[in-house]
Design a protein around this ligand. Structure first.
Ligand code: ATP
Ligand code: MG
Length: 196
């Protein structure tokens, strides 16, 4: 096991230290707020320990989101990539996916697969991948095969609503965020820095 960093300066782990890390498969799902937030919090902790983080936002549409600015703060240890070029009704939760939605999902998954298998990143976040698996925009067998073939030191976090049972079955950690209350229901819009 890698040792906990002794000081609080940002450091990058050596290749040997990184290979010593035990990578697990985590799933954050459910209808409550906190899935993407938890993955971002985990990314911060990982960066603090000197791990390298790839944060792939597979289907966020083109809505602005504060986490995009984080790349400027962490340099080459943090890579954040978004795939959708523009908002589509489906990415806003309305209607059926179009051919363009399918195309974006296929491109996003091709990159995600490469990133997971490359071993270049210690923590790979697949933000909103669960929704795409649920909607069959990413083939579940192909996704599971890649997750299971990843280098053993790579942690992967899958976020999003409706994670399929097959993913839950192979995951090491599953957390369900359950909505008990959300200010959206009282008309409070998404707040920059808090919700987006
Ligand atoms: P967050 O990004 O805030 O951690 P999330 O990843 O758990 O939320 P998503 O399903 O990705 O939730 O939803 C994206 C957006 O919808 C976010 O702005 C989030 O705050 C908001 N949201 C999350 N849960 C709910 C809910 N139960 N009702 C209304 N809006 C929600
Ligand atoms: Mg989310």
């Amino acid at each position: 096991m890698t040792k906990h960093p002794k000081d609080h300066r940002i450091r990058t782990m050596s290749t040997a230290e990184r290979r010593d890390h035990i990578g697990l498969l985590q799933v954050y799902t459910g209808d409550g707020k906190g899935k993407t937030t938890a993955a971002l919090g985990l990314s911060l902790r990982a960066l603090g320990a000197g791990l390298r983080v790839a944060f792939l936002q597979l289907f966020k549409g083109a809505l602005p989101s504060s986490e995009l600015a984080l790349v400027c703060r962490f340099g080459s240890d943090f890579w954040l990539k978004r795939f959708a070029r523009e908002l589509t009704p489906y990415s806003l939760g309305r209607g059926e996916p179009t051919d363009e939605d399918r195309q974006v999902a296929a491109e996003a998954w091709a990159t995600a697969r490469e990133v997971i298998l490359s071993g270049a990143w210690d923590l790979v976040v697949l933000d909103e991948v669960n929704n795409l698996l649920h909607a069959a925009l990413i083939p579940i067998p192909d996704c599971l095969a890649s997750l299971l073939q990843r280098p053993r030191y790579v942690d992967v976090v899958c976020t999003g609503r409706g994670a399929p049972q097959q993913l839950l079955d192979v995951a090491d950690l599953v957390t369900e965020m359950r909505c008990l209350k959300h200010p959206f229901a009282s008309g409070v819009p998404a707040r920059p820095g808090i919700d987006c």
